[in-house]
Design a protein around this ligand. Sequence first.
Ligand SMILES: Nc1nc2c(ncn2[C@@H]2O[C@H](COP(=O)(O)OP(=O)(O)OP(=O)(O)O)[C@@H](O)[C@H]2O)c(=O)[nH]1
Ligand SMILES: [Zn+2]
Length: 218
Amino acid sequence: MENKNFEEMGDSHQMTSLETPLRSDAFKKSDEEKIKAIQQHFSKIMEELGLDLTDDSLKGTPYRVAKMYVKELFMGLNPANKPKLSVFDNKYDYNKMLVESDITFNSSCEHHFLPIVGKAHVGYVSSGKVIGLSKINRVVDYYAKRPQVQERMSLQIFNELKEVLDTDNVIVVVEAEHLCVSSRGINDKTSKTTTIEYAGVFKDANTRNDFFKLMNPK
Ligand SMILES: Nc1nc2c(ncn2[C@@H]2O[C@H](COP(=O)(O)OP(=O)(O)OP(=O)(O)O)[C@@H](O)[C@H]2O)c(=O)[nH]1
Ligand SMILES: [Zn+2]
């Protein structure tokens, strides 16, 4: 993928701390070439672990893992997979808050390559544009499908929505369980991680509280 396309798709190629660190040759190989190479590397990992790759059940695993990485878990690394985000004019002049809550996502921790599972909650107040609801979920899914840290994922979603909606009036809350915390290491099954970013009208504490009530109406 050339830088031009990368830029057009809104995920600027300039290296800032907000971007997923990518090599400059990240898109030189096709998906199929990547799957083939990862398959070979993963076979080696399995062999080093002492596994017998002639076993019926294991022999397809290197290919399965490689395909899963490229086409599923890490598909959001490739800007070609960025969802088309339809926005419309706010003809009906709905000028209060819209809240899309409990957006489930599956991501992967970039430190351990273990799952991060959680929910994102998004609110915005239109400055003239509205977005198709499912596109909010698709933005979350796209940025989740990368090796991630939760802070960066939250900010990437926030920035994308601000840009596409052409407004500062956006708030993003992400709540997640990190399997690297719950299923290994410290093995804490109950802690969760919450991140929040907001701008525009959500700088006002009352507006934020309205969002929290709508996000969690119990
Ligand atoms: N800030 C942040 N940290 C994360 C996230 N996901 C995982 N981590 C942490 O990244 C850290 C990596 O620490 P290291 O000491 O290098 O790794 P480790 O030896 O496996 O650490 P333990 O998990 O404590 O066993 C751990 O504390 C993880 O909990 C995330 O989304 N955000
Ligand atoms: Zn981790």
